[in-house]
Design a protein around this ligand. Structure first.
Ligand code: SF4
Length: 66
């Protein structure tokens, strides 16, 4: 499980940056970029995004057949 930022959905509001306790997010060319080495995957930034551009990447879960 990890956090992904959909750069095509990011509006550059910076709301995720303000709320992230780990300072794992920053704006690069107006788009939020995640530093995975700082992120602790608590998911606090997900509801903070006004454009729903941040989500858990569930691609790693696998194996449950859905
Ligand atoms: S999941 Fe938590 S630590 Fe990671 S970027 Fe979002 S708010 Fe920051």
């Amino acid at each position: 499980m990890k956090i992904i930022v959909d750069s095509s959905e990011c509006c550059g509001s910076g709301e995720c940056i303000k709320i992230c306790p780990e300072k794992a997010l920053s704006l690069v060319d107006g788009v939020a970029v995640l530093d995975e080495s700082r992120c602790d995957f608590d998911g606090i930034c997900i509801p903070a995004c006004p454009n729903s551009a941040i989500s858990f990447d569930e691609g790693d879960v696998g194996g449950c057949g859905f």
